[in-house]
Design a protein around this ligand. Structure first.
Ligand code: BDR
Ligand code: CA
Length: 318
């Protein structure tokens, strides 16, 4: 490890775009993935951990990365609600990856986050790509956690764009609004990378064709995997969003923003997460009044240099 490397923990519900984000993190220069903590979301937590282990076996990083199994359900909401229509029944578009020899660690995701933050106070960046349940549980274990992480980058929410599960709620916040509100108001140095910017950052079929032409020989197995798994994702985005031969890089953009903050423009705003509304649960409510009063300040990504972000993503495989 280089002493200048950004040390990250990835907390995810390993579906299709989570998988792309993990592969990006493993190939990007200047990053060390200290752990991957999994939770329910796109699929059940056991499947999320299994997908993660198999993905690591495929990508073969040259150092060990512990994988933890975390929350199986939201803090208070009904269990068992996943997104097979978006990510396929196994979370990775029905692609079968070879099994891994690696086992998950015995600590839960929340326990692992707390221990690693304790061992390296102020040094680690936590990037969350799924529900915020694991982080809310970690906060319960250690209320001092906000002072021990360098920052938290959250893929989730939306301020100016419509939601993707309900008219106003994005999936990662909608899936556990109570956890999201606790995390957003806990005092973390927190950047929210939501649909405002991820919907602008599209990976297209032509990009995959280019990777197949130009990708490093050692990356061809992961490029093949991306091509296969994205077929399912592209189909969903064509049917649901009229995106033709492409899909948003939701989770990879959050990861890239953690490493290269100049890809995005941010605005500081006070937010809360709606937990009661029949039509609005999971909405991130930003107080944009001249004198904001409701909620706590977080940083929100409001614009992105999409072309540069897509280029940054693709280039690590070439
Ligand atoms: C988010 O929800 C999940 O489907 C994706 O993996 C991403 O984290 C996008 O709303
Ligand atoms: Ca995700």
């Amino acid at each position: 490890m280089d002493s200048k490397d950004t040390r990250i923990i990835i907390d995810c519900d390993t579906g299709i775009d989570d998988a792309l984000a993990i592969l990006y993190a493993l190939r990007a220069p200047g990053v060390r993935v200290e752990a991957i903590t999994t939770g329910f979301g796109n699929i059940g937590v056991q499947q999320a951990a299994e997908n993660t282990l198999r993905l690591l076996a495929l990508a073969q990083p040259d150092y060990d990365i512990p994988v933890a199994v975390g929350a199986a359900q939201a803090l208070v909401r009904e269990p068992g609600i996943y997104s097979p229509h978006v990510h396929g029944a196994n979370g990775i578009g029905g692609v079968t990856l070879p099994p891994s020899n690696q086992q998950p660690v015995s600590e839960t995701s929340a326990e692992l986050i707390v221990r690693l933050a304790d061992e390296s106070p102020g040094e680690l960046v936590l990037v969350t790509l799924g529900r915020l349940t694991n982080l809310a549980l970690a906060l319960e274990l250690d209320p001092e956690l906000p002072g021990k992480l360098q920052k938290v980058v959250v893929m989730g929410g939306t301020i100016y764009k419509p939601g993707n599960v309900t008219p106003v709620a994005e999936a990662n916040i909608w899936g556990d609004p109570e956890a999201a509100d606790r995390v957003f108001t806990a005092g973390f140095e927190l950047l929210m990378v939501g649909l405002d910017v991820t919907l602008q950052t599209l990976i297209k079929g032509e990009h995959i064709a280019m990777l197949k032409r130009l990708g490093k020989a050692g990356n061809l197995p992961v490029i093949d995997f991306m091509e296969q798994t994205l077929q399912h994702y592209f189909r969903f985005y064509r049917e649901a969003n009229y995106v033709l031969d492409g899909a948003p890089l939701h989770d990879p953009l959050a990861l890239m923003a953690a490493l290269q903050p100049d890809l995005i423009t941010t605005r500081r705003m006070k937010v809360r997460v709606e937990q009661q509304g029949e039509f609005t649960a999971g909405m991130v409510v930003a107080d944009l009044r001249a004198q904001p009063k409701a909620g706590e300040y977080i940083e929100v990504a409001v614009d992105v240099d999409a072309e540069r972000a897509v280029g940054a993503f693709l280039s690590v495989f070439i």
